[in-house]
Design a protein around this ligand. Structure first.
Ligand code: GLU
Length: 278
């Protein structure tokens, strides 16, 4: 039986009803409950939103283990994980700009789609060592991508355990598709660790053995399970839950001011009202 689960919001806006449902679902998973602030992306995260997360969750009546882990304080752990992957020859530098990738995709006309849009066409995977060194020496900025084919060969067949359900009702043992996201970016100059890498490093570090989150991240479990296997990290179980949708069936976004917990609280809504509504 799993013992530890978490709620891991990014402080890029005020929490809304969808987050309240996610946090309450995780807290009720019957295990030790952790809160993690996923604030690596310095261009989008703001301290006032992090402060509001604590305020909103306390108001909802939730308590969590201290200390709260902040990903912005964990960059050396992500760098160490990147080094493991690099030393296994699984990463390559990608010098493409977004515009170049879009152009290449338009030109080739057959870029398969992954969960985040068209997959990277692999342009920089074919560069020689000399070409890479030359570009790096010239100071060209680059991202580090996982070579999905090499990663798949390195881990062999994998599955993950789904205790909840994916968007199409997927549950039980799910076969991993290591190429689902293509050659995913694991680090960039301005964001030293991508979400997928940080999340597996921290879930393992914190002893999270049940990943509770919305089913919009169900596909992410495929690549995250691959990274766990490559890094020799323990395998958590997953409990993906349904999403709370607005009146027209759309996912709430952080721009929907009317359903932030802050504005609902200020309008006199009580935590009991919220729990009832969810
Ligand atoms: N930080 C992510 C988000 O705000 C959630 C990460 C996770 O639960 O794996 O969407």
């Amino acid at each position: 039986m799993p013992t530890t689960t978490r709620f891991a919001p990014s402080p890029t806006g005020y929490l809304h009803l969808g987050h309240a449902f996610a946090a309450l679902t995780a807290a009720q998973a019957g295990t030790q409950f952790l809160l993690r602030i996923e604030d690596i992306d310095g261009t989008r995260c703001r301290p006032e939103y992090a402060a509001a997360i604590f305020e909103d969750l306390s108001w909802l009546g939730l308590t969590w283990e201290e200390p709260v882990l902040r990903q912005s304080e964990r960059l050396s752990a992500y760098a160490a994980a990147l080094n493991v992957l690099k030393s296994r020859g699984l990463l390559y530098p990608c010098f493409c700009t977004r515009a170049e990738i879009a152009e290449e995709i338009a030109r080739s006309g057959d870029a398969p789609n992954g969960p985040d849009g068209p997959r990277y066409p692999g342009t920089c995977r074919h560069l020689s060592d000399a070409e890479r060194s030359e570009k790096i020496a010239a100071g060209m900025p680059y991202a580090l991508r996982l070579d999905a084919a090499k990663a798949a060969a390195a881990v062999g067949p994998l599955t993950f355990a789904e205790h909840g359900a994916g968007p199409a009702g997927e549950t039980g043992r799910i076969a991993v598709d290591p190429g689902l996201f293509g050659d995913v970016v694991l680090a960039r100059k301005e964001t030293p660790s991508a979400y997928h890498l940080a999340v597996v490093v921290d879930d393992a570090f914190q002893g999270v053995d049940l990943v509770t989150r919305g089913n919009d991240l169900f596909a992410a479990a495929h690549i995250q399970r691959v990274l766990q296997a490559l890094l020799g990290l323990p395998e958590p179980a997953y409990a993906h839950h349904r999403l709370i949708l607005d009146a027209i069936g759309k996912k709430f976004s952080k721009r929907d001011r009317a359903v932030t917990l802050k504005s609902l609280r200020e309008a006199g809504v009580t935590p009991e009202d919220i729990r009832r509504r969810l």
